[in-house]
Design a protein around this ligand. Structure first.
Ligand code: ATP
Length: 232
Protein backbone atom coordinates (compact mmCIF):
# COMPACT_ATOMS: atom_id res chain seq x y z
CA UNK A 1 0.00 0.00 0.00
CA UNK A 2 2.88 2.32 0.87
CA UNK A 3 6.11 2.13 -1.03
CA UNK A 4 9.27 4.24 -0.88
CA UNK A 5 12.20 3.77 -3.21
CA UNK A 6 15.69 5.29 -3.04
CA UNK A 7 14.26 7.50 -0.30
CA UNK A 8 16.50 10.13 1.25
CA UNK A 9 15.74 12.53 4.09
CA UNK A 10 18.12 15.21 5.31
CA UNK A 11 18.51 18.34 7.37
CA UNK A 12 20.90 20.72 5.63
CA UNK A 13 24.19 18.87 5.42
CA UNK A 14 22.97 16.03 7.70
CA UNK A 15 21.67 12.94 5.85
CA UNK A 16 19.35 11.05 8.21
CA UNK A 17 17.94 8.53 5.68
CA UNK A 18 20.18 7.40 2.83
CA UNK A 19 18.39 5.87 -0.13
CA UNK A 20 16.13 3.28 1.52
CA UNK A 21 13.51 1.02 -0.07
CA UNK A 22 10.49 0.09 2.02
CA UNK A 23 7.13 -1.57 1.32
CA UNK A 24 4.12 -1.74 3.60
CA UNK A 25 1.53 -4.22 2.26
CA UNK A 26 -2.16 -3.50 2.80
CA UNK A 27 -3.71 -4.72 6.07
CA UNK A 28 -0.37 -5.60 7.63
CA UNK A 29 1.54 -4.21 10.60
CA UNK A 30 5.12 -3.46 9.61
CA UNK A 31 7.78 -2.38 12.08
CA UNK A 32 10.76 -0.07 11.76
CA UNK A 33 13.50 -0.83 14.28
CA UNK A 34 16.89 0.64 14.96
CA UNK A 35 19.12 2.30 17.52
CA UNK A 36 18.77 5.96 18.49
CA UNK A 37 19.63 8.17 15.53
CA UNK A 38 19.17 5.35 12.97
CA UNK A 39 16.70 7.47 10.98
CA UNK A 40 13.34 6.02 12.05
CA UNK A 41 11.58 9.30 12.86
CA UNK A 42 13.11 10.93 9.79
CA UNK A 43 11.66 8.15 7.62
CA UNK A 44 8.16 8.86 8.95
CA UNK A 45 8.63 12.64 8.62
CA UNK A 46 9.83 12.12 5.05
CA UNK A 47 6.73 10.06 4.22
CA UNK A 48 4.61 12.90 5.66
CA UNK A 49 6.61 15.28 3.42
CA UNK A 50 7.52 17.22 6.55
CA UNK A 51 11.33 17.32 6.46
CA UNK A 52 13.60 19.95 4.90
CA UNK A 53 15.27 17.71 2.30
CA UNK A 54 13.45 14.72 0.80
CA UNK A 55 14.16 12.82 -2.42
CA UNK A 56 13.22 9.50 -3.96
CA UNK A 57 9.88 7.91 -4.78
CA UNK A 58 6.86 7.77 -2.48
CA UNK A 59 3.70 6.00 -3.57
CA UNK A 60 0.51 5.34 -1.61
CA UNK A 61 -2.05 3.00 -3.17
CA UNK A 62 -0.10 3.27 -6.42
CA UNK A 63 -0.45 7.06 -6.42
CA UNK A 64 2.82 8.95 -6.84
CA UNK A 65 3.24 11.39 -3.94
CA UNK A 66 6.95 12.05 -4.47
CA UNK A 67 6.34 15.79 -4.83
CA UNK A 68 3.19 16.03 -2.72
CA UNK A 69 2.51 18.43 0.14
CA UNK A 70 1.83 17.14 3.65
CA UNK A 71 -1.85 17.98 3.16
CA UNK A 72 -1.96 15.81 0.02
CA UNK A 73 -0.33 12.89 1.87
CA UNK A 74 -2.95 13.21 4.62
CA UNK A 75 -5.62 13.44 1.92
CA UNK A 76 -4.31 10.18 0.45
CA UNK A 77 -5.15 8.47 3.75
CA UNK A 78 -1.92 8.62 5.75
CA UNK A 79 -1.89 9.69 9.42
CA UNK A 80 1.03 10.06 11.83
CA UNK A 81 0.85 9.66 15.59
CA UNK A 82 4.06 11.56 16.37
CA UNK A 83 6.86 10.90 18.82
CA UNK A 84 6.18 12.45 22.25
CA UNK A 85 2.45 12.60 21.46
CA UNK A 86 2.43 16.37 20.79
CA UNK A 87 -1.02 17.06 22.21
CA UNK A 88 -2.16 20.63 22.81
CA UNK A 89 -1.92 20.59 26.60
CA UNK A 90 -4.16 23.63 27.16
CA UNK A 91 -6.97 22.23 25.01
CA UNK A 92 -9.51 19.63 26.07
CA UNK A 93 -9.38 15.98 25.02
CA UNK A 94 -12.25 16.56 22.60
CA UNK A 95 -10.68 19.69 21.12
CA UNK A 96 -7.51 17.70 20.47
CA UNK A 97 -9.51 14.94 18.81
CA UNK A 98 -11.45 17.38 16.62
CA UNK A 99 -8.14 18.80 15.34
CA UNK A 100 -7.36 15.35 13.94
CA UNK A 101 -10.48 15.50 11.77
CA UNK A 102 -9.54 18.74 10.02
CA UNK A 103 -11.43 19.15 6.77
CA UNK A 104 -14.24 16.75 7.72
CA UNK A 105 -17.82 18.02 8.08
CA UNK A 106 -19.34 18.51 11.53
CA UNK A 107 -21.50 15.41 11.05
CA UNK A 108 -18.56 13.22 10.00
CA UNK A 109 -16.47 14.58 12.89
CA UNK A 110 -19.27 13.64 15.30
CA UNK A 111 -19.38 10.07 13.93
CA UNK A 112 -15.60 9.73 14.33
CA UNK A 113 -15.74 11.15 17.87
CA UNK A 114 -18.39 8.56 18.74
CA UNK A 115 -16.13 5.82 17.31
CA UNK A 116 -13.19 7.09 19.40
CA UNK A 117 -15.37 7.13 22.54
CA UNK A 118 -16.66 3.62 21.81
CA UNK A 119 -13.08 2.38 21.39
CA UNK A 120 -11.81 4.06 24.58
CA UNK A 121 -14.83 4.78 26.80
CA UNK A 122 -13.09 6.87 29.50
CA UNK A 123 -12.31 9.48 26.82
CA UNK A 124 -16.02 10.30 26.61
CA UNK A 125 -16.40 10.81 30.36
CA UNK A 126 -13.34 13.09 30.50
CA UNK A 127 -13.71 14.79 27.11
CA UNK A 128 -13.93 18.31 28.62
CA UNK A 129 -10.69 17.91 30.66
CA UNK A 130 -7.43 19.54 29.59
CA UNK A 131 -5.18 17.07 27.79
CA UNK A 132 -2.24 18.42 29.81
CA UNK A 133 -3.74 17.03 33.03
CA UNK A 134 -3.62 13.44 31.78
CA UNK A 135 -0.87 10.92 32.55
CA UNK A 136 1.62 10.06 29.81
CA UNK A 137 -0.21 6.81 29.05
CA UNK A 138 -3.58 8.54 28.84
CA UNK A 139 -2.08 11.22 26.57
CA UNK A 140 -0.76 8.48 24.29
CA UNK A 141 -4.24 6.97 23.99
CA UNK A 142 -5.59 10.42 23.07
CA UNK A 143 -2.79 10.91 20.53
CA UNK A 144 -3.65 7.59 18.86
CA UNK A 145 -7.36 8.48 18.88
CA UNK A 146 -6.53 11.88 17.34
CA UNK A 147 -4.52 10.23 14.53
CA UNK A 148 -7.52 8.00 13.78
CA UNK A 149 -9.85 11.01 13.51
CA UNK A 150 -8.79 11.51 9.87
CA UNK A 151 -10.04 7.95 9.17
CA UNK A 152 -6.64 6.96 7.72
CA UNK A 153 -5.98 3.94 5.54
CA UNK A 154 -2.38 3.89 6.78
CA UNK A 155 -1.57 4.75 10.39
CA UNK A 156 2.05 5.49 11.26
CA UNK A 157 3.04 5.46 14.95
CA UNK A 158 6.35 6.83 16.25
CA UNK A 159 7.38 5.06 19.47
CA UNK A 160 3.94 4.97 21.14
CA UNK A 161 5.30 3.19 24.24
CA UNK A 162 8.18 5.62 24.80
CA UNK A 163 8.49 6.84 28.39
CA UNK A 164 5.38 5.01 29.62
CA UNK A 165 4.93 2.86 32.72
CA UNK A 166 4.52 -0.92 32.20
CA UNK A 167 0.78 -0.64 32.97
CA UNK A 168 0.37 2.19 30.45
CA UNK A 169 2.28 0.18 27.81
CA UNK A 170 -0.25 -2.64 28.25
CA UNK A 171 -3.14 -0.19 27.71
CA UNK A 172 -1.48 1.19 24.57
CA UNK A 173 -0.80 -2.36 23.37
CA UNK A 174 -4.42 -3.39 23.89
CA UNK A 175 -5.68 -0.37 21.95
CA UNK A 176 -3.22 -1.03 19.13
CA UNK A 177 -4.11 -4.75 19.02
CA UNK A 178 -7.75 -3.78 18.49
CA UNK A 179 -6.84 -1.28 15.77
CA UNK A 180 -4.47 -3.69 14.00
CA UNK A 181 -6.93 -6.57 14.08
CA UNK A 182 -9.51 -4.35 12.35
CA UNK A 183 -7.39 -4.62 9.20
CA UNK A 184 -5.92 -1.11 9.20
CA UNK A 185 -2.49 -0.89 7.57
CA UNK A 186 0.07 0.17 10.20
CA UNK A 187 3.70 1.27 10.11
CA UNK A 188 5.12 1.14 13.65
CA UNK A 189 8.38 2.62 14.89
CA UNK A 190 9.08 1.07 18.29
CA UNK A 191 11.94 0.39 20.70
CA UNK A 192 9.84 -2.00 22.83
CA UNK A 193 10.67 -5.39 21.34
CA UNK A 194 7.75 -7.11 23.12
CA UNK A 195 5.35 -4.70 21.48
CA UNK A 196 6.95 -5.32 18.09
CA UNK A 197 6.62 -9.08 18.56
CA UNK A 198 2.98 -8.77 19.62
CA UNK A 199 1.91 -6.43 16.82
CA UNK A 200 4.15 -6.68 13.75
CA UNK A 201 4.32 -9.40 11.13
CA UNK A 202 7.52 -8.12 9.55
CA UNK A 203 10.01 -5.34 10.21
CA UNK A 204 12.80 -3.30 8.69
CA UNK A 205 15.99 -2.70 10.65
CA UNK A 206 17.65 0.68 10.09
CA UNK A 207 21.22 1.65 10.96
CA UNK A 208 22.82 4.98 10.10
CA UNK A 209 20.04 5.82 7.69
CA UNK A 210 20.16 2.57 5.72
CA UNK A 211 18.08 -0.62 5.70
CA UNK A 212 20.32 -3.35 7.12
CA UNK A 213 17.64 -6.01 7.57
CA UNK A 214 14.09 -6.87 6.51
CA UNK A 215 12.35 -10.06 7.52
CA UNK A 216 9.43 -11.54 9.39
CA UNK A 217 9.56 -10.68 13.08
CA UNK A 218 9.84 -14.42 13.77
CA UNK A 219 13.05 -14.64 11.74
CA UNK A 220 14.43 -11.40 13.18
CA UNK A 221 13.97 -12.85 16.66
CA UNK A 222 15.54 -16.18 15.64
CA UNK A 223 18.58 -14.36 14.19
CA UNK A 224 18.90 -12.08 17.25
CA UNK A 225 18.45 -9.13 14.88
CA UNK A 226 15.60 -7.72 16.97
CA UNK A 227 17.79 -7.14 20.04
CA UNK A 228 20.84 -6.23 17.93
CA UNK A 229 18.78 -3.45 16.32
CA UNK A 230 18.93 -1.51 19.58
CA UNK A 231 22.58 -2.00 20.28
CA UNK A 232 23.58 -0.07 17.17
P1 ATP B 1 15.45 8.14 18.03
O1 ATP B 1 15.14 6.71 18.35
O2 ATP B 1 16.49 8.71 18.95
O3 ATP B 1 14.25 9.00 17.87
P2 ATP B 1 15.68 7.89 15.14
O4 ATP B 1 16.07 6.54 14.65
O5 ATP B 1 14.25 8.25 15.08
O6 ATP B 1 16.24 8.11 16.61
P3 ATP B 1 16.13 10.34 13.74
O7 ATP B 1 15.47 11.16 14.81
O8 ATP B 1 15.43 10.17 12.46
O9 ATP B 1 16.54 8.91 14.31
O10 ATP B 1 17.56 10.99 13.48
C1 ATP B 1 18.43 10.52 12.45
C2 ATP B 1 19.63 11.45 12.33
O11 ATP B 1 19.19 12.74 11.89
C3 ATP B 1 20.36 11.67 13.64
O12 ATP B 1 21.74 11.77 13.36
C4 ATP B 1 19.84 12.99 14.13
O13 ATP B 1 20.78 13.66 14.92
C5 ATP B 1 19.57 13.73 12.82
N1 ATP B 1 18.48 14.69 12.94
C6 ATP B 1 17.21 14.43 13.30
N2 ATP B 1 16.45 15.54 13.30
C7 ATP B 1 17.30 16.56 12.93
C8 ATP B 1 17.13 17.97 12.74
N3 ATP B 1 15.95 18.56 12.91
N4 ATP B 1 18.21 18.68 12.36
C9 ATP B 1 19.42 18.09 12.16
N5 ATP B 1 19.64 16.76 12.32
C10 ATP B 1 18.60 16.01 12.70
Amino acid sequence: MLSVHDFTVGYGAVSAVRGIDLDVPEATVTGILGANGAGKTSTLMGIMRAAPRISGTLTVDGRDLSSATTREVVGAGVALCPQNRRLFAGMTIEENLVLGAQGASTAVTKVRLDEAYARTPWLAARRRESAGRLSGGQQQLVAIARALMSAPRLLMLDEPSSGLSPVAVIEVRELLEGICSSGLTVLLVEQNTHLVQRLCSSAYVLAEGRVVGHDTVENLVADDLLSDAYLG
